[in-house]
Design a protein around this ligand. Structure first.
Ligand code: DX5
Ligand code: ZN
Length: 224
């Protein structure tokens, strides 16, 4: 099943509730929340307080993508603020197994993320712990960057490994997902499509979400 996760990074924060709900009306079913600390990535965004506010304006799952250091310190705060899903970067974790289990302990869906330059194989020992694997298709830190085509074979690999190991994790892609790339990512195996710029940067988030989902569904139908 394909789902669209609008990323609020490109939304107008002064009208966040309205924009999130508009994207949901267009078929967005997961709200992707990009948390950046200015250390792990060269940008600063938001913290648990904003997650708490978002929790009041939508019933949809809040997918918190943590691009921060000192993860174990902050995971409880995000869980308490209302995060439903929490993902952490392989590259930011010294003790990945411990951090993933901490997310689970707080009752959230557990996600692991890899940067474009990180091979899929580094996740071999944690595939059975996670609920979703997020393949970054841009270098994390900013919205509206061009899609990195090398991500496609990584998505396929994550999908093949799931079949081969008989596992259940879902496959998410994040970065540069738009009308011109959505067919490729879906055919490569992505099931949860994060999109910021393509949903929020122009026009109506509802129409943009509808168009993206339509293209994604067509890609599954035409798949041979
Ligand atoms: C980038 C973030 C993405 C970002 C994607 O570090 O993780 O979620 O919002 O933005 P677009 O869809 O604009 O590439
Ligand atoms: Zn993200």
């Amino acid at each position: 099943m394909i789902e669209l996760a609008p990323s609020i990074l490109s939304a107008d924060f002064a009208r966040l509730g309205e924009q999130v709900n508009r994207a949901a009306e267009g078929g967005g079913t997961i709200i992707h929340v990009d948390v950046m600390d200015g250390h792990f990535v060269p940008n600063i965004t938001l913290g648990p307080q904003l997650v708490k506010s978002l929790r009041k304006v939508t019933q949809l799952p809040l997918d918190c993508h943590l691009m921060i250091e000192n993860l174990d310190t902050y995971i409880p705060d995000f869980a308490e603020a209302g995060a439903d899903w929490i993902s952490v970067h392989f590259e930011a974790c010294r003790h990945l197994d411990r951090t993933l289990n901490l997310i689970k302990h707080h009752g959230c869906q557990v996600g692991v993320v890899i940067n474009p330059a990180t091979p899929v194989d580094v996740l071999s020992e944690v595939f059975d712990i996670v609920d979703y694997v997020l393949v970054m298709s841009v270098n994390p830190g900013f919205g509206a960057q061009p899609f990195i085509p090398n991500s496609l074979h990584k998505l396929s690999k994550v999908k093949d490994l799931r079949e081969r190991k008989n596992l259940n994790y879902r496959i998410e892609v994040d970065g540069g997902v738009a009308l011109d790339t959505v067919t490729k990512v879906v055919r490569a195996g992505a099931e949860i499509l994060v999109a910021g710029n393509a949903v929020f940067s122009h026009g109506d988030p509802k129409i943009n979400a509808e168009n993206l989902l339509k293209a994604a569904l067509e890609a599954t139908l035409l798949k041979v």
